[in-house]
Write a protein that binds this ligand. Sequence first.
Ligand SMILES: Cc1cc2nc3c(=O)[nH]c(=O)nc-3n(C[C@H](O)[C@H](O)[C@H](O)COP(=O)(O)O)c2cc1C
Length: 373
Amino acid sequence: MSIRTKVVSGGYTRLLRPILFRSFHGDPEMIHEQMIRVLAAPAFSAVARTALKFLISPQGRPTTVAGIDFPNRVGLAAGMDKDGHAVKAWAPLGFGFAEVGTVTGQAQKGNDRPRVFRLPSSKALINRMGFNNDGAAALAKTLAAAGVYRGNNAAGIPIGISIGKTKKVPLEAAIEDYLSALTAVVPHADYVAINVSSPNTPNLRKLQSESALAELATELTTLAANLGVRHRVNPVPLFVKIAPDLNWPAIDAILTTCETTGISGVIATNTTLSRDGIKRFERPVAAQTGGLSGRPLARRAREVVGYVTAHTSLPVIGCGGVMTPNDALALFDVGASLVQLYTGFIYSGPALAVKINAFDLHRTGLSKQSKVI
Ligand SMILES: Cc1cc2nc3c(=O)[nH]c(=O)nc-3n(C[C@H](O)[C@H](O)[C@H](O)COP(=O)(O)O)c2cc1C
């Protein structure tokens, strides 16, 4: 790792993070909104992006997954840039792809605040955002204004778009809602992630059941194929994002469904309902309702990724508890083709993707070969 990367990394954890965590009365969501505003500002994209690029010189190991060329194997996980306002900020920060969203068919406010909680000693977050977003059509407009279209690399990296269910839409009408979101965002997506695993929309995880997922995946892959024909392009690759709280038979059923319905890959995992691995004195905060992410999730995410890669030939994007380069390498070692992170960005700072890339690029290959499909 270069001296410059170490300086940026140390500067964040020693100086900037303590200030950030205390600003806005310590409200994690307000800090997050401010951060996205800064990253989305034209001034950032013009001057700061170039400076940052020089400072931390992003590079990594390129790969091709589901027909998409990725400049490196480290991505931004869904939920950080829900409405795509900072879509051009992620490449200069060293990410090899970014998943924007989750957006829903209709705009919605999400749950009441506060809805994000920090557990700093456990290096974790609990969130119950509930898909606050401006809606799929608004995201499409934002990406169009930024000139981001499928395959044109206007963001410097592939852009995935995560779609989910609008809260007020009943489960029985979920398919229509996903179809409308897919139709709206498809011109801008290098891949689309089908989010059926957030714990914060009532009943959403029921869409992971064999019959519900088979119906949803069939409709979405059919629409993707039809839209592909209409626009004379290959169908957009669809990934299914799963929860870490599933048992093995449930995962087996999901994998079979994905394979038989033409899904291109699996993202494992979303946040967990488990509270294992929380430091004792942070257990009162851990009583908050919501999904847990960060360090305590790492072990289970690795276990699930290892199980999934061993039971399907579909490519897997590993996600959950990537706080250090070794966490990412551990996911590659169990067969992940790509990794994503969210909570690690908050605790380890903007140099984390660059650090992982440096490790990924330079380590000698003791690891199991990851799948490149
Ligand atoms: C505040 C917050 C919001 C999130 N929002 C979404 C979302 O909208 N869609 C989604 O698929 N995952 C969402 N996630 C889950 C992350 O994408 C990721 O799967 C999870 O946090 C585990 O990764 P991590 O340990 O690196 O954070 C969110 C996570 C956090 C902490």
